[in-house]
Write a new protein. Sequence first.
Length: 239
Amino acid sequence: MSNSAGTGARIGDPIAADAGGAATDTIGGTAGGGAAGGGAAGSGQSGFTLLEMLVVVVVLGLLVVGLTQGVRAGLALWHAQQRRLDETAELDSSARLLRNLLTGIAAASASGLAGGADADAIHGQSDQLSFVGDMPTGLGTTRHADLTIALQDHRLVLIWKPQQHELLTGPAPKATVTELISGVDRLAIAYWGATTPDQPAAWQSQWDGATAPALIRIHIAFAKGDRRRWPDLIVAPQL
């Protein structure tokens, strides 16, 4: 009995040990394998998929296109506004110059030093006006000059030549043509006054004489499609 029990014990112990070892090895191997698998899964790097990258590229492209179009639209509006300001400045400066010249007709005629009966005469037509006026010298002074306002090649120009009060030994100076406004389609000049003492004053299409009319009206029309507008300039030369 004891031998059987001992034999059973001896036989059982290794079996138990083997079973225990196997169990231990199995559990350890399983646990170790699980730990190894977790480490491999944790060490893997996460990233964007190809679809996500394509979406990002498309969105960035749309943003760049939108910004480019916005910048172009802003630049176009700025250039258009700058052109508009330049056109308005051109019209304003021309109107001021013409008003100053026409206002000084009477003063220039009264104080003219040029000889001759026709020196201070005013020759006005519907598309041209010639007179003697005070031309600015750019130095804060003025000098008498023969002035003509006319339309040449769709340009409103001022043709002027200083009057010479001394004897010239050489050729007379040539007239200078200064462009005031470009793109003019039509020029119409009218003169308010009476051609004879027995007639009432009215707008005249021509004026010739040594005295200036009571009013001078300058009308300018631009080509079709031109956005510029010129309100009629009416000047009283005697003022």
